[in-house]
Design a protein around this ligand. Structure first.
Ligand code: 2DT
Length: 223
């Protein structure tokens, strides 16, 4: 533990299936934290970051404009996180809280759900080792068939993974890798994992997320 780490910001991850309401909830949580702790004390980082060159390749793959081997797209998603590593660390160690809209668990769950024989779980996790570890992970859980309720995205179904049978498998993979709520009970260490029932209305989900974040002790350890 260093002296700077005592005043560092938190790394908060919101995860879940497509249409679970992650992007809306990230923004609401960020607004609440900025109100509570001062403007600019918190920011949202979308993952994948589609603005970089790697992000544009990912965007083109998701839009089915390009084809890539499953291994290649998996590694590009990971590389996209590695591009973000330093700016995430810089923010946190300057005292700013960063809310991640998807991260490593999406990388592992979506690839695992494809069921490719030579991409077992340890292969999927390997390129993620060494990335900043979230302090707290909020898994916004929905039944895939209820996914449209919370959605603010009218374009759902356009992208490659937005097919309901696939979403069912992704949900099972998320639960396998994140565990059932106790720290480190899953295959990945994503800090304290809390499952949020995201089938509730937007304001109730926001209140549940707020409560979960408030009850979290700020760890002064290194990320
Ligand atoms: P968004 O619609 O939230 O931008 O997600 N995905 C995401 C992966 O397959 N691997 C990853 O590492 C990440 C972060 C989830 C775009 C889609 O990309 C999937 C949905």
């Amino acid at each position: 533990t260093t002296s700077t780490s005592k005043n560092r910001g938190l790394l908060i991850l919101l995860e879940g299936l497509d249409r679970a309401g992650k992007t809306t909830q990230c923004q609401m949580l960020c607004n609440s934290l900025n109100e509570a702790n001062g403007p600019g004390s918190c920011r949202v980082q979308k993952v994948p970051d589609r603005t970089t060159q790697i992000g544009q390749m990912i965007n083109s793959y998701l839009a089915s404009k390009t084809t890539l081997p499953d291994q290649s797209i998996h590694l590009l998603f990971s590389a996209n996180r590695w591009e973000l590593r330093q700016t995430i660390l810089d923010s946190i160690y300057s005292g700013q809280t960063v809310i991640l809209d998807r991260y490593v668990p999406s990388g592992v769950a979506y690839s695992l759900a494809k069921g490719v024989a030579d991409m077992p779980i340890d292969w999927c996790i390997a390129p993620e080792r060494g990335l900043p570890r979230p302090d707290i992970t909020l898994f916004l859980d929905i039944e895939p068939e209820h996914a449209n309720i919370q959605s603010t995205r009218e374009d759902f179904g356009q992208e490659r993974y937005e097919v309901s049978e696939f979403q069912v498998r992704v949900r099972a993979c998320f639960k396998e890798i994140l565990g059932d709520g106790e720290k480190n009970s899953g295959v990945l260490d994503m800090g304290k994992v809390i499952t949020i029932d995201a089938c509730k209305d937007i304001k109730t989900v926001a209140a549940d997320i707020w409560q979960a974040v408030q009850s979290q002790d700020v760890e002064s350890s290194e990320i």
